[in-house]
Design a protein around this ligand. Structure first.
Ligand SMILES: [Zn+2]
Length: 438
């Protein structure tokens, strides 16, 4: 008899625990459902230039402070090394050869000289973009982009209640517009906000008080690049404090792509898929989200959208090519360790150029079509100087095959494009910024 009572009591006790755990869980989900979502993209920011990622200089004290309260992904790769394809991948959770936004506005302008009929790539309407996902979920949706490419011409405005785009006015201007919208953004409850800061994109400004003359002309642009990071970091801090994003907000900080700083002979981006052009920061902050955790396995910027859906409690989409990183945050590393990630660059300026790259564990395979194939060990050769393609032919081939298999079988969307002409004034401005080559 005693035993029977004991059994009944145990069942009641266990049920009570299960019920309270479920309620707690529901409670948690409900709360996050009402959270704001802020996605901040810092153009051209390579992760190894941030002190939070081990850089010897303090370039972003605010992001370091934020990362201590957040989850920092140590090995995040962009889907491309150009603004438009890379940002379209963040917006769609698709690789560039799937959404087919392959070149930005300025690249099109340059290509037009050689190919007069070339049109401008747009995100196809049939793809549900990140702002559209949040609009549908009842969010007020706002965006400020300081990169000329990220605007209505290429379809980045889809799903935003309000979006403003300009061409490199700097973080001070972004914040000034943002602050003037504050009341409007906050008045209807939860909001989705996309901020695309342009600093530290070239031409690099020597930002005071951070810029210190290195007394060496070769080092000047490198020191200026660093000072641009300090500059944008200080403005992100101001926005964070002004809006109180430490409460009721999920924040993602990342970059569209990195920057070659003469690592492989060139300065800039959109030239290659070497690590310096594709490895970007990724910091995700949400209350209760494993504060100070640093995640090692490779992830992609196409993972941001499914992760946000998961954190907020929105329905998963089988159209997302990326993976939710929530299981990884919760320690389920195994399947992430064996994942193949891809990056892609396609351009038609003088001739058509295509670069395909695969990241798998600590290896990076780059296929510069038609003939240059390279394999690097990301752990032992961080600067990617030692090509192991012939030495580790089997590994390279396997990675190449994985890319081709995915490339040939994945779902792709019909290319959407429009004719577009820049007005004279805008063209002149872009020339002075060094965007348009004569
Ligand atoms: Zn960019």
């Amino acid at each position: 008899m005693k035993q029977k009572y004991f059994r009944i009591l145990s069942v009641i006790f266990l049920s009570a625990i299960l019920l309270s755990a479920t309620l707690l869980n529901l409670n948690c989900q409900k709360k996050l459902k009402d959270f704001n979502v802020v996605v901040i993209v810092i153009d051209t920011l390579r992760s190894d230039k941030l002190d939070a990622y081990g850089y010897e200089k303090i370039t972003a004290p605010f992001l370091t402070e934020l990362s201590k309260k957040s989850i920092l992904f140590e090995n995040t790769f962009s889907a491309s090394s150009w603004t438009s394809p890379a940002t379209a991948s963040i917006f769609t959770s698709l690789y560039p050869f799937q959404h087919n936004v392959l070149m930005g506005l300025l690249a099109h302008i340059n290509a037009k000289k050689k190919f007069p009929d070339i049109k401008i790539d747009r995100i196809p309407e049939e793809i549900e973009t990140m702002p559209e996902v949040f609009k549908k979920a009842g969010y007020a949706t706002y965006a400020i982009s300081d990169n000329f490419n990220i605007g209505d011409k290429q379809g980045f405005d889809q799903g935003f209640d309000k979006m403003i785009t300009y061409g490199y006015k700097g973080a001070e201007q972004v914040n000034s517009d943002l602050f003037s919208w504050k009341e409007e953004i906050e008045k209807n409850g939860k909001y989705f906000l996309y901020l695309h800061y342009m600093d530290p994109h070239g031409p690099y400004h020597a930002r005071e008080p951070w810029y210190k003359d290195p007394g060496n002309r070769k080092l000047e642009p490198l020191v200026a690049y660093d000072s641009e990071i300090n500059y944008v970091d200080s403005y992100i801090k101001k926005a964070y404090e002004k809006f109180g994003w430490d409460k009721n907000t999920v924040i993602v900080v990342t970059a569209d792509h990195g920057e070659g700083l003469w690592d492989h002979g060139r300065q800039g981006h959109g030239y290659s898929l070497y690590r310096e052009e594709i490895q970007v920061p990724l910091i995700i902050h949400f209350p209760g989200g494993a504060e100070g955790k640093r995640v090692i396995p490779n992830v992609s910027t196409i993972d941001i959208l499914p992760t946000l859906r998961d954190i907020i409690g929105l329905k998963k989409s089988d159209k997302d090519e990326g993976w939710s990183l929530l299981p990884l945050i919760n320690g389920e590393e195994e399947k992430f360790k064996n994942r193949y990630l891809f990056t892609y660059l396609w351009k038609r300026i003088e001739i058509v150029k295509e670069i395909k790259s695969t990241i798998y564990r600590n290896f990076h395979f780059q296929n510069r079509i038609p003939k240059k194939k390279e394999l690097f060990n990301l752990l032992l050769d961080q600067k990617e100087k030692k090509n192991l393609y012939f030495k580790m032919f089997k590994t390279a081939k396997k990675m190449e095959r994985q890319f081709e298999k995915f490339f040939n079988n994945c779902k792709t969307y019909k290319k959407d494009s429009v004719n577009y002409k820049l007005n004279k004034e805008r063209l002149e401005k872009l020339k002075t910024l060094g965007y348009v080559q004569e």
